[in-house]
Ligand binder design. Structure first.
Ligand code: ADP
Ligand code: ADP
Length: 229
């Protein structure tokens, strides 16, 4: 069984006052390897909760999730995450940020060096390898976050509004980059976005979620993704 499979995923947050929030209710979803799924929906419909469950950061209170037939039990290198703000090491340079995962996995510089440099080139930061993160613009920081995610060679890339904090022009450039990387690498991608336009532009598939309780409201197959930005 290859791909990502969610079966009746539910998430209930119990609150200290005795009440609870049903953040997700019976979310089922099957993603084939290499698909790009956009997720749209109003604030509070459970998008981030869903992403955190797929990433393994949160254990669902109901249902099952598997990747390539293996149950997902916690975070690991198979699933990479890109957040709205990079969660980067601000005081470290671009190369050290991008190589962080491979280094933690015990690889030596000879092993990860060429791949890391290539990824930095791919996201257009060849001239900025030695720059510290805090010296870079927001768009550049998100490109570092993308490269850092790819350096771990995950099967699935999870993006939680990765372009949400950027200005319109930068966002447009980054959309093209995300689309190209997706086509080149053949990764499975889940992209959470607030932008209908972005969802239509990038997604092969689109789910629209609804709140209280968070669930899949509509699902679409999109014809646009192959036609470029
Ligand atoms: P979205 O990403 O679509 O805005 P979230 O997944 O962040 O939605 O939240 C879904 C619902 O779950 C919201 O009602 C939110 O307040 C609630 N929620 C999320 N995380 C927690 C938590 N750790 N504790 C309690 N409630 C939470
Ligand atoms: P934004 O500043 O809107 O996030 P980009 O990330 O696309 O836009 O950056 C646009 C270009 O501006 C970069 O490719 C780079 O050449 C230049 N640039 C932006 N910030 C810096 C910086 N801190 N140092 C040097 N050049 C920069």
């Amino acid at each position: 069984m290859s791909g990502l499979e969610l079966e009746n995923i539910s998430m209930r947050f119990d609150l200290p006052n005795g009440s609870y929030v049903q953040a997700l209710q019976d979310v089922s979803l099957k993603l084939e390897p290499g698909q790009l799924l956009s997720v749209l929906g109003p604030s509070g419909c459970g998008k981030s909760t869903l992403l955190n469950i797929v990433a393994g950061f949160l254990a669902p209170t109901g249902g099952r999730i598997s990747l390539n037939g293996q149950a997902v039990r916690g975070p690991d290198a198979e699933r990479g995450v890109v957040f709205q703000k990079g969660a980067l090491f601000e005081w470290m340079n671009v190369r050290d940020n991008v190589s962080f995962g491979p280094r933690m996995a015990g690889q030596g510089a000879a092993q990860y060096g060429p791949k890391v440099d290539h990824l930095i080139d791919t996201v257009g930061l060849a001239d900025f390898r030695e720059k510290a993160i805090y010296e870079l613009s927001g768009g550049m920081q998100q490109r570092v976050a993308l490269a850092r995610c790819l350096a771990n060679d995950p099967d699935v890339i999870l993006m939680d509004e990765p372009l949400g904090a950027l200005d319109a022009l930068t966002r447009e450039k980054m959309q093209a980059m995300v689309l190209n990387l997706w086509k080149e690498t053949g990764k499975t991608v889940i992209l959470i976005t607030h932008s209908v336009e972005e969802a239509l532009l990038l997604g092969e598939r689109l789910i629209v979620m609804a709140p209280r309780p968070g669930r899949i409201y509509r699902e679409y197959q999109l014809p646009f993704a192959d036609q470029g930005v």
